[in-house]
Design a protein around this ligand. Structure first.
Ligand SMILES: CC(C)(COP(=O)(O)OP(=O)(O)OC[C@H]1O[C@@H](n2cnc3c(N)ncnc32)[C@H](O)[C@@H]1OP(=O)(O)O)[C@@H](O)C(=O)NCCC(=O)NCCS
Length: 181
């Protein structure tokens, strides 16, 4: 059996999820953000995935609902934030597997566009591309130095750029401080 299990988190996993977030980021901010998002009606539907190894929580990925304002047609969107892997098991592919599993679920749910604000080198590996050149704007202005960190991925056969607009995310993520770096 694969020693790593990835499954949707349950309400009883709340403490495990927050533990992973705190370990990965070495602070409380992202754990607090996750708590807020999981009870934020505007974040639903969401996909919250927990990675478990040897009975221990080792990774978590949260994809929350987003909308595309000004789009030419209705588009189902989702935003990945945050992604966390415990320091002692990083660089073993757990983050990549959490992303792949999340994208698989979102595809099943009919999500067309997925966004992330993070390391372009890292997320490029999962298929994300800098979104700006495709007319897909972030919820807040992104500093020029981090412009490529605002990324998008198309889950269906319509390529990036087939629809344009500005992303509106859940209220818990709608604070300028989340969008600076
Ligand atoms: C970023 C993170 C989720 C990656 O998880 P992971 O399980 O270690 O990732 P994977 O094993 O799938 O991929 C590891 C590869 O990505 C690279 N990588 C990891 N973080 C990276 C980053 N921020 N920028 C660029 N590359 C990165 C590693 O160097 C490694 O490369 P290698 O395979 O050539 O050695 C994890 O390092 C983490 O939780 N970090 C702290 C929290 C964080 O920054 N989250 C991202 C918020 S957007």
């Amino acid at each position: 059996m694969d020693p790593l299990q990835i499954r949707e988190s349950k309400p009883t996993d709340a403490e495990a999820v927050l533990q992973v977030e705190r370990e990965a980021f070495g602070r409380d901010d992202e754990a607090s953000l996750v708590s807020a998002l999981l009870s934020d009606p505007g974040a639903r539907p969401y996909v919250s995935l927990l990675a478990i190894e040897a009975g221990q929580p080792v990774g978590h990925a949260l994809f929350t609902n987003a909308r595309l304002l000004g789009a030419q047609r209705p588009v189902h969107c989702s935003l990945l934030a945050p992604l966390a892997v415990s320091p002692n098991v990083q660089r073993r592919g757990i983050g990549s597997r959490l992303i792949a599993a999340g994208l698989g679920k979102l595809r099943e749910f009919g999500v067309e566009l997925v966004f992330v604000f993070g390391s372009s080198d890292y997320y490029r590996r999962a298929g994300f591309m800098p979104a700006r050149g495709f007319g897909l704007q972030a919820p807040f202005p992104i500093p020029e130095a981090h412009a490529d960190s605002w990324m998008a991925l198309a889950l269906d056969d319509r390529p990036l750029g087939s629809v344009t607009g500005t992303v509106r995310c859940a209220a818990s993520l709608s604070h300028p401080e989340f969008w600076r770096e």
